[in-house]
Design a binder for this molecule. Sequence first.
Ligand SMILES: *Cc1c(COP(=O)(O)O)cnc(C)c1O
Length: 391
Amino acid sequence: MPATAYAHRFAQLPPYIFVELDRLRAEAVSRGEDIINLGIGDPDQPTPRPVVEAMIEAAQNPAYHHYPSNSGLPAFRQAAADYYARIHGVTLDPDSEVATLIGSKDGIAHMPLAYADPGDVVLVPEPGYPVYRSSALFAGAEPYTMPLRRENGFLPDLDAIPDAVYARTKIMYLNYPNNPTAAFATREFFDAVIERADKHGFIVVHDAAYIDVCFGGEAALSFLSVPGGREVGIEMCSLSKTFNMTGWRIGFVAGRSDLVRGLSGFKANMDSGVFNAVQAAGAVALNQYETLVPPINRTYLERVEALTAGMQELGWTDFVPPRGTFYAWLQTRGGMSSMQMTKLLLERAGVVVVPGLAFGAQGEGYFRMAMTTTAARISEACQRIKKANLE
Ligand SMILES: *Cc1c(COP(=O)(O)O)cnc(C)c1O
C-alpha cells in the first residue's frame, strides 16, 4: 500500500534538510571517532538531587495518581507565583494568572491554535525556535518573518514591519535571552513592543525558556515586569533549562488571565496535563531556586571562559562571550555556508555544531555552539578546530 498523504497542514512544513549531516555524524560515531558534541540544546548535568528526592516521595502519594487538574496542581502554581515575585518582581495570582504546561513548548505550540485564524499574521523571529513557525502554519495563520540581525543586537526591527501587516497580526513571538543568538532584550525594546501591541491589538508571547540561565552578572528581563507587558502578553516559562529538567516536561504560562484561561481551555481538548508528582517536584525546584540555580549557572560561566580563551587562540574576533543561554552564535569562516561549515567542523575537527539554517533562512552564514559539555571538552574542541586550519 502506498504511503498515505499527510494532511496539508503537516505536508506544508519545509522538508527536513539535515539528513546528510545526521548521517555523517552517526557514521563518525559508529567508526568510534572521538566526537565532541557542541550541538545539543539540552543540559548535560543531572536534575538537582532535592528535586529527584521530592519526585520519589511524590510518586508514592496515591493522591497524585489521578488525572491532574486542567490548570495544574495548586501547590505548583503557588510556587510559580512565589518564584515570579521573588526572582522577577512580578506579582501574579496563582489561580488565574498561572497554569501548568507540559514544558513551555506545549504553550508555545498551542497559542496560534487557540488564538489565530486563517488570514491572521503571526510574527516570528528568525533565526529562532522552529516551533513558532510550524504552530502558526498548523493554525492556518500566516507566519511573517522578523529577521534578527547582528547590527540590531539580534532584536527585530519593529519599524520594518508594515502597518498593513501589524493590522492583521494576532500574535508576536519573542524569545530573550535568545536561542540561538544568546542576545538579551533591552527595556527600551520591550517598551516599543508593548506600544505596538497596544496600538494594533496583538498578543505578545514571550518564550522565557532561558530567563534564568544568566551568568554574565546581569539578570534577564521578564516581559511581564515591564509596565504594560502584562496587559498585552504572556510568558512561557520552563523548568527545563533552569533546573536541568528537560526530560520531566514541566513549565508554566504566566500573565494575562484571559490568555492563560484560553490556552488552558484549548489544551483541555488536547492533553490531560502533567503528572501531579512531577508538578510537586517542580514546586520544590522553584521554591529552592536560590540554592539550586546559582551552581548551575556558575558551571556555564566556567564553560564560557573556556570558550572565550579558545576563541582568542583561534583569532575569531567576532566572538562575543554569551551572558546567558548556553549558546554561542558564530559567523561561518571565509563566507562558507552554514552547512559547509558544519560539515567541515565534523570531518576535520570531530566537532558537532548546529548549522544556522536549522533556525530558518535568516540563520544562514552562522552556526551555533552549545556549552552542554565540560570546559575541558570545549577547550579541546577549540584546539582541534585550530589544528584543522579551516581558513
Ligand atoms: C528548550 C526550548 C524551549 C522548550 O522548552 P521546554 O520547556 O522543555 O518545552 C522553548 N524555547 C526555546 C527557545 C528553547 O530553546
